[in-house]
Design a protein around this ligand. Sequence first.
Ligand code: FAD
Length: 446
Amino acid sequence: MQGIEQLRAAMRGAALLPGDAGYDAGREIFNGMIDRRPAVIAQCSGVADVMRSLEFAVTRSLPLSVRCGGHSLPGYGVCDGGVMIDLEKMNHVYVDPVTRTARAQGGANWGQFDHETQAFGLATTGGLVRSTGIGGLTLAGGHGFLMRRYGLACDNLVSADVLTASGRMVKASATENSELFWALRGGGGNFGIVTSFHYQLHQVGPVLGGVLLIPFAEAHAQLKFYDSFSVSAPDELGVVAALATLPDGTKAVVHLACYCGPLDQGEEVLRPIRTRCAPIADQIQPMPYTAVQSIVEHFNPRGMRNYWKMVYVNELTDDAIATLTEHYAKVPAPLTHIVVYSLGGRVAAVPDSDTAVSYRRSRHAVIGIGMWEDPADDAKVTAWVREFAAKMQPFASAGFYPNYEANADAGALVSAFGEEKYQRLVAVKRQYDPNNVFRLNQNIVP
Ligand SMILES: Cc1cc2nc3c(=O)[nH]c(=O)nc-3n(C[C@H](O)[C@H](O)[C@H](O)COP(=O)(O)OP(=O)(O)OC[C@H]3O[C@@H](n4cnc5c(N)ncnc54)[C@H](O)[C@@H]3O)c2cc1C
């Protein structure tokens, strides 16, 4: 490839071409359905490498993708025939226990982040699976167990160092480039490459957390109970309800909980949901925050084929629950599940206009998680997920959270933000990326 030797000489990290050792492993991402072949994979070791690879792509008018944790469901981290700017090796996290803040490089994941912050007994809201990148998750909002107490991941962002499409490094914060800072908190990777995220941390752990398994025969009553329980619980409780299939093939309601306040109070708070009916298993117990953060990955193995859709729902009415349970009864693949992720607390308390994130006051995010192994099942499982989303529409309260969406065209994306916020995002996009260099994302078209 023309210019590749100059790029290699200019980088500390590797620039891999098809056929090079590590190329195939380098283009793999979480979703096993995605099989794209970049012209070059730039494995960046630092900001200088990111600058050089962006310049290489832009001067040659090559498509480019930016990869952090590689968890994007549509596979936005990897491109065909262009430059894959891979930040995965930029994963240092520096904690300042005095100011209770952390600076994390733009390629870190939540496992790395929690590992460093928990050494000081600190944490901030992050995703439920360790290998999910801080980049994609924070830039679109960021749900996690701590959100009802401390807000979304993006609500804890103090500032970000951003490499813009023109090759300029800028800082975005409440006082510098504040409109960019507003857009970065919800608008995704549209505005530049964030090389460093600066987060506010909080004292967290040990927590009362773990898994509670309820028989599927109880699903209707359990979800009905969960609807009001999850919303009226103190903000210290992060909780989800899933309809899932256990390893022995039986279906169940699976709750995951994380209470981040005093443990004895947590016992009282969680007692009603643990005692409503006889559980299949109750593994809720005191544990380090890092332990609760390493449970979900057992249900989400890497490399599976993935197709997800979500709806926001304000109330799990009898009809909504019947729709969920009847649809789940016909699930076509054992790893495929439905998750009800409950919001409220600090997520809803942050004023809507503060960030680009929309629909903060939604009570539940209900996600159809299609996950399966055999490509022969693609049509069957994707149809089941689409049917889930269609059947839930009558109960939907608002648009959607872009990070759980398998695909969304520009028209649909407007509904993820609402017309007013979308137009404000377009204005920021025109200022920082008028030629849409960063378009492999839930794209705001300039
Ligand atoms: C198993 C699994 C569990 C999940 N759990 C949660 C959860 O608990 N909470 C939640 O809110 N979401 C969750 N998600 C959704 C997740 O937030 C999105 O998939 C998100 O895009 C993943 O971010 P990433 O950095 O890993 O992805 P990538 O594929 O690396 O990137 C996703 C997008 O963000 C952009 N991007 C990433 N880093 C940067 C950066 N530094 N600068 C500029 N742009 C960047 C990329 O260009 C791309 O467009 C989960 C997804 C999976 C697959």
